[in-house]
Design a protein. Structure first.
Length: 349
Protein backbone atom coordinates (compact mmCIF):
# COMPACT_ATOMS: atom_id res chain seq x y z
CA UNK A 1 0.00 0.00 0.00
CA UNK A 2 2.85 2.34 0.88
CA UNK A 3 4.49 1.60 -2.49
CA UNK A 4 1.29 2.49 -4.32
CA UNK A 5 1.04 5.76 -2.39
CA UNK A 6 4.64 6.63 -3.27
CA UNK A 7 4.02 5.88 -6.94
CA UNK A 8 0.92 8.07 -6.95
CA UNK A 9 2.84 10.88 -5.25
CA UNK A 10 5.61 10.53 -7.86
CA UNK A 11 3.14 10.69 -10.73
CA UNK A 12 1.46 13.63 -9.06
CA UNK A 13 4.74 15.58 -8.87
CA UNK A 14 5.49 14.74 -12.49
CA UNK A 15 2.08 15.95 -13.67
CA UNK A 16 2.41 19.09 -11.53
CA UNK A 17 5.87 19.81 -12.96
CA UNK A 18 4.74 19.29 -16.53
CA UNK A 19 1.67 21.45 -15.94
CA UNK A 20 3.81 24.25 -14.54
CA UNK A 21 6.17 23.97 -17.53
CA UNK A 22 3.23 24.24 -19.95
CA UNK A 23 1.93 27.31 -18.11
CA UNK A 24 5.35 29.00 -18.20
CA UNK A 25 5.93 28.23 -21.87
CA UNK A 26 2.41 29.32 -22.70
CA UNK A 27 2.97 32.59 -20.87
CA UNK A 28 6.21 33.16 -22.79
CA UNK A 29 4.58 32.63 -26.18
CA UNK A 30 1.53 34.72 -25.30
CA UNK A 31 3.82 37.63 -24.47
CA UNK A 32 5.61 37.40 -27.83
CA UNK A 33 4.79 37.66 -31.51
CA UNK A 34 4.42 33.92 -32.21
CA UNK A 35 4.56 34.45 -35.98
CA UNK A 36 7.88 36.29 -35.59
CA UNK A 37 9.26 33.50 -33.39
CA UNK A 38 8.27 30.82 -35.90
CA UNK A 39 9.62 32.93 -38.78
CA UNK A 40 12.99 33.32 -37.05
CA UNK A 41 13.11 29.58 -36.36
CA UNK A 42 12.27 28.76 -39.97
CA UNK A 43 15.04 31.09 -41.18
CA UNK A 44 17.65 29.71 -38.74
CA UNK A 45 20.95 28.65 -40.31
CA UNK A 46 20.84 24.80 -40.31
CA UNK A 47 24.64 24.51 -40.22
CA UNK A 48 24.84 26.65 -37.09
CA UNK A 49 21.99 24.70 -35.50
CA UNK A 50 23.89 21.49 -36.24
CA UNK A 51 27.04 23.02 -34.74
CA UNK A 52 25.12 23.98 -31.60
CA UNK A 53 23.84 20.39 -31.36
CA UNK A 54 27.38 19.03 -31.70
CA UNK A 55 28.60 21.41 -28.97
CA UNK A 56 25.79 20.27 -26.67
CA UNK A 57 26.70 16.60 -27.13
CA UNK A 58 30.38 17.46 -26.66
CA UNK A 59 29.50 19.05 -23.31
CA UNK A 60 27.72 15.87 -22.21
CA UNK A 61 30.72 13.80 -23.30
CA UNK A 62 33.07 16.01 -21.27
CA UNK A 63 30.95 15.79 -18.13
CA UNK A 64 30.60 12.03 -18.50
CA UNK A 65 34.39 11.85 -18.73
CA UNK A 66 34.64 13.85 -15.50
CA UNK A 67 32.46 11.26 -13.77
CA UNK A 68 34.39 8.42 -15.39
CA UNK A 69 37.75 9.85 -14.30
CA UNK A 70 36.67 10.17 -10.67
CA UNK A 71 34.95 6.76 -10.57
CA UNK A 72 38.11 5.12 -11.87
CA UNK A 73 39.83 6.46 -8.77
CA UNK A 74 37.53 4.20 -6.73
CA UNK A 75 37.59 1.18 -9.03
CA UNK A 76 39.85 1.11 -12.05
CA UNK A 77 38.18 -2.02 -13.42
CA UNK A 78 34.92 -0.24 -14.26
CA UNK A 79 34.18 -0.11 -18.01
CA UNK A 80 34.43 3.46 -19.27
CA UNK A 81 31.73 3.10 -21.93
CA UNK A 82 29.19 1.74 -19.43
CA UNK A 83 29.90 4.64 -17.07
CA UNK A 84 29.37 7.14 -19.89
CA UNK A 85 26.15 5.44 -20.97
CA UNK A 86 25.05 5.37 -17.34
CA UNK A 87 25.80 9.08 -17.10
CA UNK A 88 23.60 9.79 -20.13
CA UNK A 89 20.85 7.57 -18.74
CA UNK A 90 21.04 9.31 -15.36
CA UNK A 91 20.97 12.68 -17.10
CA UNK A 92 17.74 11.57 -18.77
CA UNK A 93 16.27 11.05 -15.31
CA UNK A 94 17.52 14.43 -14.14
CA UNK A 95 15.93 16.17 -17.12
CA UNK A 96 12.50 14.55 -17.06
CA UNK A 97 11.85 14.56 -13.31
CA UNK A 98 10.73 17.66 -11.39
CA UNK A 99 13.56 18.63 -9.00
CA UNK A 100 15.70 16.21 -11.01
CA UNK A 101 18.63 18.61 -11.09
CA UNK A 102 18.43 19.08 -7.33
CA UNK A 103 18.84 15.33 -6.81
CA UNK A 104 21.16 14.88 -9.76
CA UNK A 105 24.02 13.16 -7.92
CA UNK A 106 21.72 10.57 -6.35
CA UNK A 107 20.00 9.84 -9.67
CA UNK A 108 23.29 9.45 -11.55
CA UNK A 109 24.78 7.30 -8.80
CA UNK A 110 21.71 5.05 -8.65
CA UNK A 111 21.70 4.41 -12.41
CA UNK A 112 25.45 3.74 -12.58
CA UNK A 113 25.49 1.58 -9.44
CA UNK A 114 22.55 -0.51 -10.64
CA UNK A 115 24.02 -0.99 -14.12
CA UNK A 116 27.50 -1.92 -12.88
CA UNK A 117 26.26 -3.87 -9.83
CA UNK A 118 28.28 -1.78 -7.40
CA UNK A 119 27.45 -0.55 -3.91
CA UNK A 120 25.42 2.66 -4.18
CA UNK A 121 27.21 4.35 -1.29
CA UNK A 122 30.62 4.13 -2.96
CA UNK A 123 29.35 5.23 -6.37
CA UNK A 124 27.38 8.07 -4.78
CA UNK A 125 30.51 9.42 -3.10
CA UNK A 126 32.45 9.39 -6.37
CA UNK A 127 29.57 10.90 -8.36
CA UNK A 128 29.12 13.61 -5.72
CA UNK A 129 32.81 14.47 -6.07
CA UNK A 130 32.53 14.62 -9.87
CA UNK A 131 29.38 16.76 -9.70
CA UNK A 132 31.19 19.15 -7.35
CA UNK A 133 33.96 19.46 -9.94
CA UNK A 134 31.39 20.13 -12.67
CA UNK A 135 29.84 22.77 -10.44
CA UNK A 136 33.28 24.26 -9.81
CA UNK A 137 33.82 24.41 -13.56
CA UNK A 138 30.50 26.22 -14.01
CA UNK A 139 31.47 28.81 -11.40
CA UNK A 140 34.86 29.35 -13.03
CA UNK A 141 33.31 29.83 -16.47
CA UNK A 142 30.61 32.12 -15.03
CA UNK A 143 33.23 34.26 -13.27
CA UNK A 144 35.24 34.57 -16.49
CA UNK A 145 32.10 35.55 -18.40
CA UNK A 146 30.97 38.01 -15.74
CA UNK A 147 34.42 39.61 -15.71
CA UNK A 148 34.24 40.09 -19.46
CA UNK A 149 30.72 41.57 -19.26
CA UNK A 150 31.47 43.94 -16.37
CA UNK A 151 34.71 45.18 -17.91
CA UNK A 152 33.06 45.82 -21.28
CA UNK A 153 32.30 49.43 -22.28
CA UNK A 154 28.58 48.57 -22.15
CA UNK A 155 28.69 48.04 -18.39
CA UNK A 156 30.50 51.34 -17.76
CA UNK A 157 31.55 50.25 -14.25
CA UNK A 158 34.83 51.28 -12.54
CA UNK A 159 37.48 48.64 -13.15
CA UNK A 160 38.65 48.75 -9.52
CA UNK A 161 35.14 48.08 -8.20
CA UNK A 162 34.60 45.20 -10.62
CA UNK A 163 37.88 43.54 -9.74
CA UNK A 164 37.22 43.99 -6.01
CA UNK A 165 33.79 42.35 -6.25
CA UNK A 166 35.13 39.50 -8.34
CA UNK A 167 38.01 38.98 -5.92
CA UNK A 168 35.53 38.53 -3.07
CA UNK A 169 33.54 36.01 -5.13
CA UNK A 170 36.67 34.05 -6.10
CA UNK A 171 38.04 33.99 -2.55
CA UNK A 172 34.69 32.82 -1.21
CA UNK A 173 34.55 30.09 -3.82
CA UNK A 174 38.12 28.94 -3.19
CA UNK A 175 37.51 28.96 0.55
CA UNK A 176 34.38 26.84 0.19
CA UNK A 177 36.26 24.41 -2.04
CA UNK A 178 39.06 24.13 0.51
CA UNK A 179 36.58 23.29 3.26
CA UNK A 180 35.01 20.58 1.11
CA UNK A 181 38.37 19.15 0.03
CA UNK A 182 40.27 19.24 3.32
CA UNK A 183 37.56 19.34 5.97
CA UNK A 184 35.14 16.82 4.56
CA UNK A 185 34.65 15.38 8.04
CA UNK A 186 32.75 18.56 8.93
CA UNK A 187 30.13 17.44 6.41
CA UNK A 188 29.79 14.14 8.26
CA UNK A 189 29.34 15.98 11.55
CA UNK A 190 26.66 18.20 10.02
CA UNK A 191 24.82 15.16 8.63
CA UNK A 192 24.90 13.43 12.01
CA UNK A 193 23.49 16.50 13.75
CA UNK A 194 20.69 16.87 11.22
CA UNK A 195 19.92 13.17 11.56
CA UNK A 196 19.77 13.54 15.35
CA UNK A 197 17.39 16.48 15.01
CA UNK A 198 15.10 14.56 12.66
CA UNK A 199 15.17 11.50 14.90
CA UNK A 200 14.18 13.47 17.99
CA UNK A 201 11.33 15.21 16.14
CA UNK A 202 9.97 13.23 13.18
CA UNK A 203 11.25 10.02 14.73
CA UNK A 204 8.80 10.43 17.62
CA UNK A 205 5.89 9.79 15.27
CA UNK A 206 7.60 7.50 12.76
CA UNK A 207 9.14 4.24 13.88
CA UNK A 208 10.83 3.83 10.50
CA UNK A 209 12.55 7.23 10.70
CA UNK A 210 13.57 6.55 14.31
CA UNK A 211 15.13 3.22 13.30
CA UNK A 212 16.77 4.48 10.11
CA UNK A 213 18.38 7.48 11.80
CA UNK A 214 19.86 5.53 14.68
CA UNK A 215 23.24 7.15 15.55
CA UNK A 216 25.28 4.03 14.81
CA UNK A 217 23.67 3.60 11.37
CA UNK A 218 24.10 7.26 10.45
CA UNK A 219 27.72 7.28 11.62
CA UNK A 220 28.51 4.11 9.68
CA UNK A 221 26.96 5.61 6.56
CA UNK A 222 28.80 8.94 6.81
CA UNK A 223 32.12 7.22 7.59
CA UNK A 224 31.72 4.98 4.55
CA UNK A 225 30.79 7.95 2.35
CA UNK A 226 33.73 10.05 3.55
CA UNK A 227 36.13 7.15 3.03
CA UNK A 228 34.88 6.61 -0.54
CA UNK A 229 34.95 10.36 -1.21
CA UNK A 230 38.55 10.53 -0.02
CA UNK A 231 39.52 7.59 -2.22
CA UNK A 232 37.86 9.17 -5.26
CA UNK A 233 39.56 12.54 -4.74
CA UNK A 234 42.87 11.38 -3.33
CA UNK A 235 44.95 11.76 -6.52
CA UNK A 236 45.79 15.34 -7.51
CA UNK A 237 46.49 14.52 -11.14
CA UNK A 238 43.10 12.84 -11.48
CA UNK A 239 41.37 15.87 -9.98
CA UNK A 240 43.18 18.24 -12.37
CA UNK A 241 42.19 16.14 -15.40
CA UNK A 242 38.57 15.82 -14.23
CA UNK A 243 38.27 19.55 -13.53
CA UNK A 244 39.82 20.49 -16.86
CA UNK A 245 37.38 18.28 -18.74
CA UNK A 246 34.48 19.73 -16.72
CA UNK A 247 35.51 23.27 -17.67
CA UNK A 248 35.77 22.25 -21.33
CA UNK A 249 32.23 20.90 -21.02
CA UNK A 250 30.94 24.25 -19.77
CA UNK A 251 32.78 26.10 -22.53
CA UNK A 252 31.12 23.85 -25.13
CA UNK A 253 27.72 24.26 -23.46
CA UNK A 254 28.09 28.05 -23.40
CA UNK A 255 29.16 28.07 -27.04
CA UNK A 256 25.94 26.19 -27.85
CA UNK A 257 24.00 29.24 -26.59
CA UNK A 258 26.28 31.62 -28.50
CA UNK A 259 25.95 29.64 -31.75
CA UNK A 260 22.22 29.03 -31.26
CA UNK A 261 21.57 32.77 -31.10
CA UNK A 262 23.93 33.34 -34.01
CA UNK A 263 21.81 30.90 -36.04
CA UNK A 264 18.90 33.39 -35.87
CA UNK A 265 21.20 36.35 -36.51
CA UNK A 266 21.25 37.54 -32.89
CA UNK A 267 24.91 37.73 -31.90
CA UNK A 268 25.70 38.30 -28.24
CA UNK A 269 29.01 38.99 -26.47
CA UNK A 270 30.83 35.72 -25.83
CA UNK A 271 31.33 36.73 -22.19
CA UNK A 272 27.57 37.04 -21.77
CA UNK A 273 27.09 33.48 -23.06
CA UNK A 274 29.79 32.23 -20.68
CA UNK A 275 28.01 33.89 -17.75
CA UNK A 276 24.37 33.21 -18.58
CA UNK A 277 24.67 29.51 -19.37
CA UNK A 278 25.92 28.42 -15.91
CA UNK A 279 23.79 31.08 -14.21
CA UNK A 280 20.67 29.67 -15.88
CA UNK A 281 21.15 26.58 -13.74
CA UNK A 282 19.58 28.48 -10.86
CA UNK A 283 16.14 28.47 -12.51
CA UNK A 284 16.28 24.68 -12.90
CA UNK A 285 15.53 24.54 -9.17
CA UNK A 286 11.96 25.51 -10.07
CA UNK A 287 9.98 22.22 -10.01
CA UNK A 288 9.64 21.72 -13.75
CA UNK A 289 11.44 18.95 -15.66
CA UNK A 290 14.93 20.24 -16.49
CA UNK A 291 13.87 23.83 -15.82
CA UNK A 292 11.48 23.63 -18.77
CA UNK A 293 9.73 26.96 -19.22
CA UNK A 294 11.64 28.84 -16.52
CA UNK A 295 14.96 28.57 -18.41
CA UNK A 296 13.44 29.83 -21.65
CA UNK A 297 11.84 32.80 -19.88
CA UNK A 298 14.95 33.67 -17.86
CA UNK A 299 17.38 33.49 -20.77
CA UNK A 300 15.08 35.41 -23.13
CA UNK A 301 14.59 38.19 -20.57
CA UNK A 302 18.29 38.43 -19.70
CA UNK A 303 19.53 38.46 -23.31
CA UNK A 304 16.91 41.00 -24.44
CA UNK A 305 18.47 43.50 -22.04
CA UNK A 306 21.82 43.26 -23.80
CA UNK A 307 20.89 43.07 -27.49
CA UNK A 308 18.95 45.23 -29.91
CA UNK A 309 17.10 42.31 -31.52
CA UNK A 310 13.33 41.95 -30.98
CA UNK A 311 12.34 39.70 -28.05
CA UNK A 312 10.68 37.26 -30.47
CA UNK A 313 13.95 36.70 -32.33
CA UNK A 314 15.86 36.34 -29.06
CA UNK A 315 13.29 33.77 -27.92
CA UNK A 316 13.81 31.87 -31.19
CA UNK A 317 17.56 31.70 -30.49
CA UNK A 318 16.90 30.51 -26.93
CA UNK A 319 14.54 27.84 -28.30
CA UNK A 320 17.30 26.63 -30.64
CA UNK A 321 19.61 26.44 -27.63
CA UNK A 322 17.07 24.50 -25.59
CA UNK A 323 16.27 22.15 -28.47
CA UNK A 324 19.91 21.06 -28.64
CA UNK A 325 20.75 21.19 -24.92
CA UNK A 326 17.52 19.85 -23.44
CA UNK A 327 15.44 17.92 -25.94
CA UNK A 328 18.40 16.43 -27.80
CA UNK A 329 19.97 15.38 -24.49
CA UNK A 330 16.67 13.86 -23.35
CA UNK A 331 16.55 11.81 -26.57
CA UNK A 332 20.20 10.75 -26.21
CA UNK A 333 19.66 9.84 -22.56
CA UNK A 334 16.51 7.90 -23.40
CA UNK A 335 18.36 5.91 -26.05
CA UNK A 336 21.17 5.21 -23.57
CA UNK A 337 18.59 3.98 -21.04
CA UNK A 338 17.03 1.67 -23.63
CA UNK A 339 20.44 0.32 -24.62
CA UNK A 340 21.46 -0.39 -21.03
CA UNK A 341 18.11 -2.05 -20.33
CA UNK A 342 18.38 -4.16 -23.48
CA UNK A 343 21.91 -5.33 -22.67
CA UNK A 344 20.86 -6.27 -19.11
CA UNK A 345 17.92 -8.35 -20.36
CA UNK A 346 20.16 -9.96 -22.98
CA UNK A 347 22.65 -10.91 -20.26
CA UNK A 348 19.84 -12.42 -18.18
CA UNK A 349 18.66 -14.47 -21.13
Amino acid sequence: MATVSKERAGYGRLVLGLGLAVVLLGGLFLSLDVAAVLGALAAADPLLVALAAALSLLAQLCWSLTTTTILEGVDGSLPRRRIQLGYLSGTFGKQVLPFGNAGGSAILAYVIAEDLDRRFRDVFAAVTASELLVFAGSVGVAIAGLTSVLLSPYAALPTTLVLALLSVVVLGFVGSGAVIAYRIHLLGTAVERVAWLLRTTVGRVSVRVHRTLAPERVRAGTDSFIEAFGTATGETRRLVVATTVAVLGWLAFSMALYVGLLAVETPIPLGLALFLTPAAGVVTLIPTPGGLGSTEIGLTAAITVFVASPPAVVAAGVIVFRLVTYWLVVVAGGLASLYLSATVWHALD
